[in-house]
Ligand binder design. Structure first.
Ligand code: NAD
Length: 762
C-alpha cells in the first residue's frame, strides 16, 4: 500500500482519467474525495452525479471515499474543506478537471476563452492554493499532480483557449514546485493521452490508450517514493512514458547590441536554430571528450572527493567517470551504481569544453542537470577545461583519417567539377597544393606543371582553405564573390597568394545540368504528427502490420522544398528514382511528432547523366529515428555508350525464395495512403505516353511489400529500382546470406530483375 492513511482529492473524478486516478489511489490505501459536478464536455450542466458512482466503486472494492460536487472554478475552498471534514486533512491533490470549447481564434468568443481558462488554469491554481494551505498547517508535506497537455506544450490547431490554459498549468507547476518545496510539497504535472469522453471523437487517439494506464504515474507522484521529484512534466501516451523538457539552443552572444537584421540572420540560420537534432558526429566528439578527461584531471584538487558519475548525454549515449583516491577512471556505458547522474545533450557538453557554453548558464537554463549538484560543481573545478579542449583537438587531428563521421556533404563530389574548369595557361609558374577543409572534411587540390588533380588530404599543403559547403558551392559557380567571401570571414586561407592564384586558374561559372551549389543545402519541414489511423491504413495496403517503411507524405515537405528551390534545374521527365537506402534506428509510432530534414548529399556526373543523392533524416523529439538516402538519376543528353552489357555474374542458388503478389488496384490504393499521387501510377494514358505499358507500381510500395518477408528487426535496407513493376505481377525474391546480412534480388514473371542489389541488415 503506497498511500496507506493518506487523503487524496481528485478533481473531475466522475469519469475518464480522473475516475481511474481515484480508483488507483484508493487501491493503494488513500481515502479519496471524488470531486465532480458532472458537467458536459463543454462545461455546461449535465445530467446526473457521476462522482457518486465512483465513490460506490471505491467502497465496493473496500476503500474509503466521499463525493463532492463543487466546481474547481469557484468552489476550491469547499472541495478542500470536504477533505478536511471527512478525513481530517489533505495529503494529495490531483488537479484533473477539464472541459473543451474548441474553435479557431477568429471564431472564439470571450466566454469560450474564459470558461476554459476558469476550469483548467484558475481551477488548478485555486485548488492548489487551498490544499497547500492545509498541507502547510498540518506540516506533513504534500503531493500535487497537475494535468497539462501536448496541446499546451506544443500547440494545437483550434485549441487556443485550451492550449493557453494547459501551457499556463505548465508554468504554474514549475513555479509552484519552487514556492511550495520549502513546505515539503512536491508539484509535478502529467501530459496524458488516453481514450476518454474528451477524446472519443479524435480518431488519432487509439482505443488502446486506456486511461487506467495513465494512473500509475499519478500514484507514483503521489507516493512517498516521489518525495524528491518536483517540477517535472511527465508525458504518458498510452503506455509510453517520457519527460517533457524545455529545449534551448546554444545561441550566440555579441559584445554590442543585436541589430534587427542580425536577429533576422540568427533566426533564419540553419541548422542550429532549427528543431533540436543531434549534431553529426556528436557522439564521436563526446566519446573523445570523455576519453580525454584523465589528461585534464587535477589530482590535488580532487583530494577528499569521491564520486561515480553517470553522464547521460542525449545524442551521444552513457558514460562513466569515477573519481576516487585522487585518481580518475572513465568508461563508455552507464555505471551500475552511480552516486550522481549528470544529464545534458551532446551540443551543450561539447560547447562547455569548447568554451562556447557557460556551465552555470546551461545549468540555469535546465540544459545541464545533476542529481547531486555539488558533484557538478566539483567536476568543474577538478577538470581543467582548457587542457581538455586542447587534448580533444589533438586527439581529433590524430584520429581524423579513421574517424570519418558520416558526412552530411560529399566534398569530393562538390569539387569534382574543378578539373573541367581548369585554365592551364593561367597556372603557369604555380606549383602548389590547396587543402580544402569543408564542414569537417578535407580534400587536396594539387596543381603541378599546369595539370590539376584532386587527392585525399595531405599533411603540409601550401595553403589551407576553410569554408562551408554552401559558400564553396557558390564560389565554384560564380554566384559568390571570392574577395567578399574572404572579407566576410566565410572563407579563411592560410596563404593569401595561393588563394589569389586559385581564383585566376579556374573558370567559375554556373554548370550545365544540376548545380553543385545545391550540395549541402538543408530543407526543413514543419513538425508533423503521425496519426495512428494513417499508419494502419498504410500498413494494410502494403500488407505488413508492422511496416518499417512509412507513407511518403511524412517526408514530402523537404523534397517539395528542394524541387522548388530556384537553383534546382533538374528535368522531372528525365528523372528516375534509382536507388533507396533506409537506416531504421527506432520504429515510428502513432502520435510521434516528427521533424524531418532533407539535404542534398552529393551530385555526381555519370557518363549518361547525373546522380543526385538526397538524404532525409526523421527525428522525433530530437531523437534520430530513420535516415534515408534517395538516389535520383537525371538522364543527360548524351546517349549512354552503346557497348555490350556485361552479363550479370553467376550467382549460387539462393538460400531462400518467396513470392509477393501485387494487384491491379494497388497503385491507386497505395497513392491514397502514401500521398504519392504521381500520375504515372494512376493515369494509364499518361503512363503510356511516356513509354510504359501502363501504370506502374510505386517503387516504395514494391519494396514495402517485399520487406514484409525480410527478417526483423530490420536496421538497414537498400535496393536499386531496376525496372518498373506492373500491378498484377507476381514477384519472386531470392535471398542469399552475405557479410553478416542478406543480399536479395526480386524478379518479375519474365525473370527480369525489378529490385536489384538488395541488402538487408538486422
Ligand atoms: P473527461 O471529459 O472524461 O473528464 C473530465 C472530467 O472533469 C469530467 O468528469 C467533468 O465532469 C469534470 N469537470 C469539468 N469541469 C469541472 C469543474 N469545473 N469542476 C470539477 N470537475 C469538472 O476528460 P479526460 O480525458 O478524463 O480529461 C481529464 C484531464 O486530462 C483534463 O484536464 C484534460 O484536459 C486532460 N487531458 C486529457 C487528454 C486525453 O487524451 N484524454 C489529453 C491531454 C490532457
Amino acid at each position: 500500500m503506497l498511500l496507506q492513511d493518506k487523503v487524496a482529492i481528485v478533481t473531475g473524478a466522475g469519469g475518464g482519467l480522473g475516475r481511474c486516478h481515484a480508483l488507483a489511489l484508493a487501491a493503494e490505501g488513500a481515502k479519496v474525495v471524488v470531486n465532480d459536478p458532472g458537467v458536459n464536455r463543454d462545461g455546461t450542466s449535465g445530467a446526473g452525479r457521476p462522482a457518486d458512482a465512483v465513490v460506490e466503486e471505491i467502497k465496493k472494492a473496500g476503500g474509503q471515499a466521499v463525493a463532492c460536487y463543487d466546481s474547481v472554478a469557484d468552489g476550491a475552498e469547499k472541495i478542500v474543506a470536504k477533505a478536511v471534514e471527512a478525513f481530517g486533512g489533505v495529503d494529495v491533490l490531483v488537479n484533473n478537471a477539464g472541459i473543451l470549447r474548441d474553435k479557431t481564434i477568429h471564431n472564439m468568443t470571450d466566454e469560450m476563452w474564459d470558461s476554459v481558462l476558469a476550469v483548467h488554469l484558475r481551477g488548478t491554481f485555486a485548488c492548489t492554493r487551498a490544499a497547500a494551505r492545509v498541507m502547510k498547517e498540518k506540516g506533513r508535506g504534500g503531493r500535487i499532480v497537475n494535468t497539462t497537455s501536448v496541446a499546451g506544450l506544443k500547440g494545437n490547431f483550434g485549441q487556443a483557449n485550451y492550449s493557453a490554459a494547459k501551457a499556463g498549468i505548465y508554468g504554474f507547476t514549475l513555479t509552484a514546485a519552487m514556492e511550495l518545496g520549502k513546505d515539503g510539497i512536491t508539484v509535478n504535472a502529467i501530459a496524458p493521452i488516453a481514450k476518454t469522453r474528451m477524446t472519443s471523437d479524435i480518431e488519432s487517439v487509439p482505443r488502446e490508450y486506456r486511461p487506467e494506464d495513465v494512473s500509475p504515474v499519478v500514484v507514483f507522484l503521489a507516493s512517498e517514493a516521489a518525495k524528491d521529484v518536483t517540477g517535472r512534466i511527465l508525458g504518458v501516451h498510452g503506455r509510453h512514458l517520457f519527460e517533457y523538457r524545455m529545449e534551448l539552443t546554444a545561441g550566440k552572444e555579441k559584445k554590442e547590441a543585436w541589430t534587427p537584421a542580425e536577429v533576422g540572420e540568427f533566426v533564419h540560420a540553419p541548422p542550429s536554430a532549427a528543431p533540436a537534432a543531434p549534431a553529426t558526429g556528436g557522439s564521436n566528439k563526446i566519446a573523445a571528450i570523455i576519453r580525454a578527461l584523465p589528461g585534464a584531471f587535477d589530482a590535488a584538487k580532487s583530494a577528499g572527493w569521491e564520486s561515480t558519475m553517470h553522464f547521460a548525454i542525449a545524442g551521444a549515449g552513457d558514460f562513466t567517470v569515477e573519481v576516487k583516491n585522487q585518481a580518475v577512471k572513465v568508461a563508455e556505458g552507464a555505471p551500475a551504481a552511480p552516486t550522481c547522474v549528470i544529464s545534458t545533450d551532446a551540443d551543450t557538453l561539447a560547447g562547455m569544453v569548447e568554451g562556447r557554453v557557460k556551465g552555470d548558464m546551461a545549468f540555469m537554463a535546465g540544459k545541464l542537470k545533476a542529481t547531486k549538484v555539488p558533484d557538478l560543481g566539483k567536476f568543474g573545478k577538478v577538470f581543467d577545461f582548457k587542457k581538455l579542449k586542447a587534448a580533444v583537438e589533438a586527439g581529433a587531428t590524430a584520429a581524423a583519417p579513421k574517424a570519418a563521421p558520416a558526412a552530411e556533404v560529399d566534398l569530393p563530389s562538390l569539387l569534382s567539377r574543378l578539373p573541367a574548369q581548369f585554365l592551364p595557361d593561367k597556372a603557369a609558374g604555380f606549383n602548389g597544393t590547396i587543402l580544402f577543409k569543408v564542414d569537417g572534411q578535407g580534400r587536396t587540390l594539387e596543381i603541378k606543371d599546369k595539370v590539376c588533380f584532386l587527392k585525399p588530404p595531405i599533411a603540409a599543403p601550401t595553403c589551407v582553405l576553410t569554408t562551408d559547403a554552401a559558400t564553396l558551392g557558390g564560389l565554384l559557380e560564380g554566384s559568390i564573390d571570392g574577395q567578399k567571401a574572404l572579407a566576410d570571414g566565410k572563407v579563411k586561407v592560410t596563404h593569401l597568394p595561393s588563394w589569389l592564384k586559385f581564383r585566376q586558374m579556374f573558370r567559375f561559372e554556373p554548370e550545365k545540368g544540376l548545380k553543385r551549389a545545391l550540395v549541402g543545402r538543408l530543407y526543413t519541414a514543419a513538425p508533423i504528427l503521425l496519426k495512428g489511423e494513417r499508419m494502419a491504413a498504410y500498413n494494410e495496403v502494403v500488407g505488413d502490420p508492422d511496416s518499417p517503411i512509412f507513407p511518403v507524405t511524412l517526408i514530402k515537405e523537404p523534397f517539395t522544398k528542394f524541387f522548388s528551390d530556384p537553383d534546382f534545374t533538374g528535368d522531372f521527365t528525365r528523372m528516375v528514382h534509382g536507388e533507396q537506402v533506409f537506416v531504421f534506428h527506432k520504429p515510428l509510432k502513432a502520435l510521434d511528432l516528427l521533424s524531418v530534414r532533407g539535404r542534398v548529399l552529393s551530385i555526381e556526373d555519370k557518363g549518361s547523366g547525373q546522380l543526385l543523392n538526397f538524404g532525409t533524416k526523421v527525428y522525433c523529439e530530437g531523437e534520430l529515428r530513420v535516415e534515408m538516402e534517395s538516389r535520383l538519376f537525371f538522364r543527360g543528353d548524351a546517349k549512354a555508350a552503346a557497348g555490350e552489357k556485361a552479363a550479370p555474374p553467376a550467382r549460387p542458388a539462393p538460400d531462400k525464395t518467396f513470392d509477393t503478389m501485387t494487384f491491379a488496384d494497388l497503385p491507386k490504393r497505395y497513392a491514397a495512403v502514401s500521398g504519392d499521387d504521381n500520375p504515372i501510377h494512376l493515369d494509364e494514358a499518361l503512363a503510356k505516353s511516356v513509354g510504359f505499358k501502363g501504370v506502374i507500381l510505386h517503387g516504395l510500395c514494391t519494396l514495402a511489400r517485399v520487406a514484409k518477408q525480410l527478417p526483423r528487426p530490420l536496421h538497414r535496407l537498400e535496393v536499386r529500382f531496376n525496372k518498373p513493376v506492373y500491378p498484377g505481377e507476381t514477384l519472386r525474391t531470392s535471398l542469399w546470406s552475405s557479410d553478416g546480412g542478406l543480399a536479395f534480388e526480386t524478379v518479375n514473371g519474365l525473370g527480369e530483375v525489378v529490385l536489384a542489389n538488395g541488402r538487408a541488415l538486422s
